[in-house]
Every structure is written in C-alpha cells, then in structure tokens.
Design a protein around this ligand. Structure first.
Ligand code: 8YV
Length: 328
C-alpha cells in the first residue's frame, strides 16, 4: 500500500516551481492569500500537520508549540534567521528545525555593499535632485559625499554573509576589521587582510562604517546598545542587513537626530514592518523593506533547500540544514 504523504503546511506564497514540487512530493497545504498566518492558524497547523514551512513573519513560540500534535516533527524554515522560532521549546518537544543558509549569502552581501556605498555617496539625494526637476546642471560643489576607498569597515559577525561582504569591501579598497565571538582561522584573516578586535567597544570607536552580520539571539539583542553607539565617531555610518533587534533603534535614531553619527542604511527594523517615523524623515538615512536577499534565484534556491530538508527528514535521515540552538 502506498505510504501516506506527510502533510506540509506552507505559511506564505513561494516561487511557483517550488510550490509545484512541494505538491508533487507531499500533501502540501499552500498559502492562498500570502497573508502572515494568525496565531490560531499556526496552532491549527502544528496540531494537524507533520511539517510546517514558516518564514520570518510567523512567530513560533513555546505557546504555539505547546499545541503540537505527536505527528508534528519538523519546522523547515524558509529563511536563514530563526529568531522567530523558540528553538529550546522545539528541542524539548523533539521537533527538528532546519533553515536555508548559504543560498542567500551573495545576494545579501551585494545589497549590503550597495548600502555601504549609497549613503556616503548620497545616491538618494542625487535621485531626488533629478526627480524634483530642479537639477540645473553640474557644479563643482554639488552633492558631495564621502570617499569609500581607504575607509575602515567594521564587520560585526564574520559568518558567511560577513565574509562575503568583507571580500567585496576589499575590492572597493576598504580596510576590513571584524568582531566575532570567535576569532576566525588565520588563513581567512590573511585572505581578507582582516583585523580582529576582541573588544567590540574598541572596534566601534575606530571605524568609518559598521556593518551588522550576526544573528539575532538573546546574546546579540541590542548588541549595539545606546552605550555602544555612543562610542562611534561622528563621521561613522551604520549599515544593517541582519536583524533590527541587534541595534537599539531608538538610540540610533536619537544619535542621528543630534548629528552624532554621519548616517545609516537599514534593511531591517526592530518592529517590522513598523519603522520609527523620525528615521523616514532623515536625508542621511536609507531605509529598505527587508529586501537584502530578495532575488528570484535566491528564493528558488531557498525553496529547494526547504524541499531537501523535508525530504531527507521524512526519509529518516538528518536534514542537511538542521539548526542546533546550542550553536547560536
Ligand atoms: C529572507 C532573512 O528574506 O533569511 C533570512 O533570515 O532575513 C531574509 O533574507 C527571509 O528569511 C525569508 O523568510
């Protein structure tokens, strides 16, 4: 007798090729409206499904997992960050969690580099000048920004994405500095000509641009706190494509208002999709709607990873992208 296909609940719309394959392989329940699932819908999903495919817009906390039925064994997250999932609660209930690392590294690093360039070189101001119809022609002192070449980039978290950003930054003539929980291998430091700072405080005080690439965990919540942000030089820029929670957004906003730093480029926010309205009014701040990894190629590869993770798991093997909370 043919085995019953596992029930896989997918919370958001995914690329068509991925949805088609999910339906071929599994008893897939796809999202019809692409709305984030309500709490009640998530509870219903963990009660009835074998596998849930959430995204960062679904908060899977201990309260939701408390309703999980005995058949619910896998959360195959569509995305790399897993800070919206209570990993400890999942482990306690013997629920495996997987994510989709690697395939969004280069896209996110490209976007980060674009953001590192955009604010010091005043791309948005240039576009506004054209769009307003007020451009009367070139002038020597018009729209002067700041040079990137030769500046110091401080990377907070030299994981996959931090490393990919460092490689790009070298190409733009930036000096790479980094702070990480653990110092990376000397070969990696040599390849990137990267300087390690054991003390984040000391690094912050000496950089021209800070770019955040660590995950959001209890240990990194407000890692860039009001106190640490105060260590930045007034000429410094802050770029964040990781998670809003790593920076104290209100403290950052206050410093920008007071001109205590040069500018910021933010793709992620503490309370997405809400954004501090003061930030939106500042000329030296670039705000993007969490689109760091948004390429069609990346989304398809993320979907393929989700499928491989589910397939290996239901076939009785350890999925390749299993998330171990002890490592976070
Ligand atoms: C994705 C992200 O767009 O993967 C992540 O952690 O933040 C994003 O780049 C998102 O996860 C899709 O769920």
């Amino acid at each position: 007798m043919a085995q019953k296909k596992p029930v896989v609940v997918v919370t958001r719309r995914l690329p068509e090729s991925i949805e088609t394959r999910l339906m071929e392989l599994f008893d897939a329940r796809l999202s019809e409206n692409d709305e984030p699932m309500s709490r009640a819908e998530l509870i219903e999903a963990v009660k009835t499904a074998d596998v849930l495919v959430p995204t960062l817009t679904d908060r899977i906390d201990a309260g939701i997992l408390a309703h999980a039925g005995p058949q619910f064994r896998l959360i195959a997250n569509f995305g790399t960050g897993v800070d919206h999932i209570d990993l400890a609660a999942a482990r306690q209930r013997n629920i495996t969690v997987t994510n989709t690392p690697d395939v969004l590294t280069e896209d996110t690093a490209d976007m980060t580099m674009a953001m590192i360039l955009a604010v010091p070189r005043r791309l948005a101001d240039g576009m506004k000048t054209i769009e307003s119809g007020e451009w009367t022609g070139w002038s020597p002192m018009q729209l002067l920004g700041h040079r990137i070449w030769g500046k110091r980039l401080g990377i907070v978290g030299l994981g996959r994405i931090g490393h990919a950003v460092a490689r790009r930054a070298r190409g733009f003539g930036m000096a790479v500095h980094y702070h990480n929980r653990r110092r990376v291998h000397p070969d990696t430091e040599a390849e990137l000509e990267a300087t390690y700072w054991e003390s984040l405080d000391q690094m912050l005080a000496r950089m021209d641009v800070i770019s955040v690439h660590c995950p959001h965990t209890p240990a990194t919540y407000h890692l860039l706190s009001a106190r640490r942000l105060k260590l930045l030089q007034p000429k410094a820029y802050v770029v964040n494509t990781a998670r809003g929670e790593v920076i104290d957004e209100n403290a950052l906003t206050r410093m920008l208002e007071r001109g205590e730093m040069a500018g910021a480029a933010l793709d992620v926010f503490e309370n997405e999709p809400a954004i501090n309205p003061k930030l939106a009014r500042m000329d030296n701040v670039l705000l993007l709607p969490h689109m760091g990894s948004a390429t069609i190629e990346g989304r398809v590869e993320m979907g393929e990873k989700v499928i491989i993770n589910i397939k290996t798991f239901v076939d009785g093997h350890t999925p390749p992208d299993r998330v171990l909370d002890a490592l976070l």
